[in-house]
Design a protein around this ligand. Structure first.
Ligand code: MG
Length: 283
C-alpha cells in the first residue's frame, strides 16, 4: 500500500497544478518528472505519503490510535525527515511547533482540503467497517474537522478497505462507498482535481474503476491535471490491493523512488508491518 502510494505521489508531484500542455507532453510514464516550477527532486514523495506513514506507524504500535498519538506522529514524522511538498501554511505551522500537544492546541481544524483524506488509506486495514469509519474520522478531525473533510477521508479509507477485504468488483467501488458515506462517489470525475478532499478521492475512485493496470492508473490520475499527486497517491495505494489491476508499474519508477532512510526499503518494511497488523486484527 505505502510503496505504491509513494510511487503515485512522487510521480504525480512532478505534475501538481502544472499547465495542461506540460502534462500532455511529459505524462508518459518514462520516469519521474522535474516539476516546471517547484524545486522538489524527481522521485521524492510528499506530504500524502509522509502523513500516511505517520498513521501507519500509530496503527502498527501496541496501543489503539488516539488524537494525541496521531498528532504526535504527524509532527514527529515531519521533524525527523523534514521535506517540501506540504501546503505552505501547514509547512510553516509544522516548523513552528514542537509536538502533537502543541499541534492540537494551536491548529484551526476548519479545512475541507485533502489533508484528512490523503493520509487515510492505512485505516482500511481494520476488519470492521465501523472501526474504519471511527478511527478515520478521529484522525481527519485533528486537522480537517469539517463535513466534507471527514467524508472524503472516510471514503478514502473505504477504498483500501474494499480491496483489502475483497468486498466486490472494482466497478462497484463508488456505489459501495455511497452506501456508507454521504456524497456522490460513483459519478466519474472528469475535470481538473481541485484542492478539496472530495475532488481527490473522486478522481482516485474514477481512475481505479477505469484502469486495467498500474501504468494506465498513474497516467489517468495525472491526466486530470490539478492536485494530481494526492489523486495518484490514493489511487495507487488503494489499487495495490486490487486483484483486477495488474501491477505493471514501470521499472524506472520503482528504481527511481527515493532510497534514503525513509525511502524504498523503509516503505516495504512498513507495508509488511501493516500486513502483519491486519492479520493479527482479523484473528
Ligand atoms: Mg502532496
Amino acid at each position: 500500500m505505502l510503496l505504491q502510494m509513494a510511487i503515485g505521489d512522487a510521480y504525480g508531484a512532478g505534475f501538481e497544478y502544472a499547465p495542461p500542455d506540460f502534462v500532455l507532453t511529459h505524462n508518459k510514464l518514462s520516469g519521474y518528472v522535474q516539476h516546471p516550477k517547484h524545486a522538489l527532486k524527481p522521485g521524492v514523495y510528499t506530504d500524502d505519503t509522509q502523513m500516511s506513514i505517520a498513521n501507519a506507524e500509530v496503527i502498527c504500535s501496541q496501543n489503539a490510535p488516539t488524537r494525541e498519538s496521531l498528532a504526535d506522529a504527524y509532527v514527529a514524522c515531519f521533524k525527523r525527515d523534514q521535506r517540501e511538498g506540504y501546503a505552505g501554511g501547514f509547512y510553516k505551522f509544522l516548523c513552528s511547533i514542537a509536538d502533537g500537544s502543541e499541534l492540537l492546541a494551536r491548529i484551526k481544524p476548519d479545512s475541507n482540503k485533502s489533508g484528512g483524506a490523503m493520509r487515510a488509506l492505512p485505516f482500511g486495514i481494520y476488519p470492521k467497517l465501523e472501526t474504519v469509519k471511527e478511527l478515520t474520522t478521529l484522525q481527519a478531525a485533528i486537522t480537517h474537522n469539517t463535513t466534507d473533510g471527514i467524508n472524503a477521508a472516510v471514503a478514502a479509507a473505504l477504498m483500501s478497505h474494499y480491496f483489502l477485504y475483497g468486498l466486490g468488483a472494482k466497478k462497484d467501488l463508488g456505489t459501495f462507498i455511497e452506501k456508507h458515506v454521504p456524497g456522490d462517489w460513483s459519478t466519474p470525475w472528469n475535470e481538473k482535481v481541485n484542492e478539496t478532499g472530495i475532488a481527490s478521492v473522486r478522481a482516485a475512485i474514477t481512475a481505479v474503476i477505469a484502469s486495467k493496470d498500474m501504468t494506465d492508473l498513474l497516467h489517468r490520475c495525472v491526466a486530470f491535471t490539478g492536485d494530481v499527486d494526492t489523486a495518484a497517491a490514493l489511487a495507487a495505494g488503494a489499487a495495490a490491493a486490487c486483484s483486477e489491476i495488474a501491477d505493471n508499474t514501470p521499472e524506472v519508477l520503482i528504481k527511481g523512488l527515493e532510497t534514503g532512510p525513509y525511502g524504498y526499503d523503509f516503505l516495504v518494511e512498513l507495508d509488511s508491518k501493516l500486513a502483519a497488523k491486519m492479520k493479527s486484527l482479523r484473528n
